[in-house]
Design a protein around this ligand. Sequence first.
Ligand code: MEV
Length: 324
Amino acid sequence: MHSSITVSAPGKLILLGEHAVVYGKPCLVTAVNQRMTAKVSLIPEQILKLEAADVQVHAYQKPLTELGGGTIPKGARFVEMAVKNFAEKHALKQGVSIDMSSAFKATFGFGSSSAATVCIVKALFELLHIKQAQKDIFDLAYKTVLDVQGKGSGFDIAAAVYGGTLLFMNGGAVIVPCKVSSVPLVIGYSGIKADTVTLIDQVKVKAEKYPAVIAGIYDQMGALVEHAKTALEEEDWETLGELMNTNQGLLECLGVSISKLSEMIWAARGAGAFGAKLSGAGGGDCMIALASKDRHKIVSSAIENVEGEVIEVETGVEGVRVEK
Ligand code: MEV
């Protein structure tokens, strides 16, 4: 019986369908090989101990009875709430010591908070020898995200739990793996940190002003995701690229693109990408370009020429797992 375990979970990139997915439409998401890792140990003291240098959390401690209360440092919120939710559901009798580390910068928008949350839930299930389905991990982790930030579709939690490339819909009521091994993407980071909740709220204001218009955009986004799933599974990159460009146009209509992202997107298209769009909430973070492997170098250079930072990632990687 072990009282200590190391678990890792992947980050994610949303391929198509962001924002509309918050309102029940489908999106396509892929898990990427930049992983969050947590070493989790059960300890006799009835406290949570957390070390997470990547998000400036050092020697943080809190009694289990006080979890979720008082001031919580930003970098500890998801982890603390995950332990609290787990303890409430599964009668956690011991304290927990956690050491988190990430292979990617929290600023990329790869879903570091969601991956961290999934690591904690998985580790506690394992340490307590509680049999769990992937959906059990998803449900507890998604509840945690909603408790902390109040909104979010849960697609990033699904990517961290299930891995691969998924069609995700309706808060996790639909999670369907796509039959594709990897997607030839070039990723460009804008250098600007975006705040997902702020952008969701911004779009909500627009939706209240023009309800029929925005509802129509969400419908179109949902429809193009369905087409894109087929294109993806047939490795019909031309069609997928065209749909990515269309999705970008709709995201522009929602007002979430910014000139830096647009510049990188147009640079990638100019260099021969099949298509390019922002990935995530918009307002910064990353863009993705779909390009044949022999064009990756030239597309990457085009993105760098407009001051984007190219990040190498593998797509469709394994979901949460226990490390040796
Ligand atoms: C953010 O990466 C994507 C959004 O659709 C939010 C969400 O789905 O939780 C804007």
